[in-house]
Design a protein around this ligand. Sequence first.
Ligand SMILES: [Zn+2]
Length: 550
Amino acid sequence: MMINANFKNHFTVQWRSFAQLAFLDRQTSGLLIFLAIALVSVWSAFAAIVGVLINNSLSLIIKDYTVQEWKLGIAGYNGAIVGMYWGDSIFSIKGLCLFLVTLLLCLLIEFRLRALLIPRQLPILSLPAMASILLIVLTISLFSLDTNHLLFEGAAEPIFQTYSREIAIILVVSAMAYQYPLATLQTLGISLTGGLIAQWITGLSLYVLVDLWAINLALAYFSIKTLFLKHYRLATLAATFNTLLAWVIWYFWLITGLEQLSAPLLIPFIMSSLITLSLFKRYKNHNLLQSELWRTFQLLLTNRLRAKQCVAITGSGIRKGTLPDYPSGQWLDPKVPITSYTLAEFKTSKRCRYLYWKASFDYYQQALAINKNNIDKQLDYLLNHYLSGLFTETVDSLFNTEQHPVYECYGSIKRLYCLDCAQQQAWPPIPLWLQRDLHCQHCSGLLKPQILAADENIDPQCYQALQTNMVECGCLLVIGVPTITSVVSMIIENANSNKTPIIFIGTLPLGYFVEEKDIQLTGDIAHWLAEINWFINVLHPLKWSYKWKK
Ligand SMILES: [Zn+2]
């Protein structure tokens, strides 16, 4: 029983090695691919199976592969390629020796490459087979000067006189479609297009170019799509790029005369895949590769065409690391209960007034010490070119308010106001509030820093502006807002009830669930705003169609 199970296991592994030639792992697929090889050349198929057997057995003994890799047939497929290459030559003593030497070299290179590429999370592909074949062929050509009889031009014996290649291609495509129907269809489309373009440019017939479109381009697309980047949203883009790159490398091979030295074999596919995968690892998080950014661009474009404006609300996220969050009360003394900082207490208790002034003055000092950061510069640009209004939860008055309206929802730490007549004035140069209450110059009412206390309502003017801005709003930007405060909740609910799309930049407010229409640009706020401003600049020629609304 044990022996039987083991034997069955070994049997399956050999077929899977053939399946791995097309990045598949089913036994049936391997059988179909083996038949396809046999259709083109019986002896290649025979030599390939010898190569697979030797590689799989040796890798078991040398233990360079994990059992899992061995079971998937990954240990053997390079042997299949070496076998396919030498094919009918193995019936001469010279040919057989060359085949075995290449296979040995292939194994050695494979072990070295695994040590080199696996830590870099790059696949080995058929690089060992290609490298060993090229090395042997070049060595022979140095001595015997004639490689022609050793290359593919040998007397390959197809099973049928005609249509062998066609049936072989159908078999391989069936094996691929059996496991990944949609990816196979896309692969067919893109590799045939590549083949036709090559035919048009080089004047060679599609039949001669079969190694390009049926092997290199097909593998370049299929492997990325079904294996290497299977679970990534950018898989199609990366696969298309890989196919294009493989085509370019193949063409380079052709025009530089490398073709005279050796056929490109699988080299275009291997090189392009290693380049594509390295680039992907490096740039997958780049802003321009995020689909959410492209959704944003699409939204900005439709808004511009519909002459719609955009409203933004910013939170303490734009002051991260420099100023405490205002609405959550991070700036207050944590030892004092928050109820001591209400307007009611400010009016009645002298002690509470003192606490309020003290906390406010600390915050004022901190606000004075900071300058505009990169986010402010990007926001200024956005305000000048795209926004109809900017609402902010920050109280530091750092925005340019001369040309366009900026609404500080909670007031400004940089001003004082009278509780009776609402007249505003600047902070006095000396901290008089430590000794006595400050009074209004006009009506001698109590003065208070012009920021909202916990029990104060938002300024009616700001509220009115918020309502009117939202009526014409084509999209709402929520920038660096960490939590849902009453103001944020009001503006978001307004957008949601009008089905206005919301773009969250920086972080998503805690506990908020985005809707289908919304966009999330998480991470560096200044970077995202720079991309948005760049696109607004691109839209500049469309400016004639939009009217500025105050
Ligand atoms: Zn007054």
